[in-house]
Design a protein around this ligand. Structure first.
Ligand code: PNS
Length: 156
């Protein structure tokens, strides 16, 4: 049984994240969507809100489970007995940071691979930060996020 962990801040979860989860769920027997409790950047949504949104949009998916973690990602990966870390790549600009993170995690545990999945080109420009900014300024985010997230963003 191949298990993957898809970690992130998910502040909030977007259609771009869902695209990566859909791809990962076809490759892995089980995918843990791992929401970091205390991201480096102060999140707009607290951990319960970020978890609730992720759970709501992923409800009923038999091989996808939403969890949260604190501390080192690699420790969570080992805790759930996963084999790989899944990360999405949008554009070349993502590469440096992702490369550094993948090699750092590999140094800490050489048995855990990082697998990069390419997002659909229609989400290649999408980021949670811009989605929040648009929502705060009264713009329409309905094509960027699922309905449950759009409703939460309206209250930001
Ligand atoms: O959605 P993000 O902000 O790109 O996710 C980044 C995340 C949460 C995957 C990354 O910051 C992380 O793994 N943090 C946990 C701390 C850790 O393990 N650091 C060492 C790896 S470089």
């Amino acid at each position: 049984m191949k298990i993957g962990v898809y970690p992130g801040s998910f502040d909030p979860i977007t259609n771009g994240h869902l695209d990566i989860i859909n791809r990962a769920a076809k490759l892995f027997d089980k995918v843990y969507v791992a929401v970091i409790r205390n991201p480096e950047k102060k999140p707009a949504f607290n951990i319960n809100e970020r978890l609730e949104m992720a759970k709501a949009v992923l409800k009923g998916r038999s091989n996808v489970e939403v969890g949260s973690f604190d501390g080192l990602l690699i420790d969570y990966v080992k805790k759930v007995k996963a084999h790989a870390i899944i990360r999405g790549l949008r554009a070349v600009s993502d590469f440096d940071y992702e490369f550094q993170m993948a090699l750092t995690n590999r140094k800490m545990d050489p048995d855990i691979e990082t697998v990069f999945l390419m997002t659909d080109y229609k989400y290649s420009y999408l980021s949670s930060s811009f989605v929040k900014q648009i929502a705060r300024l009264g713009g329409d985010v309905s094509s960027f996020v699922p309905k449950a997230v759009e409703d939460k963003l309206k209250k930001l």
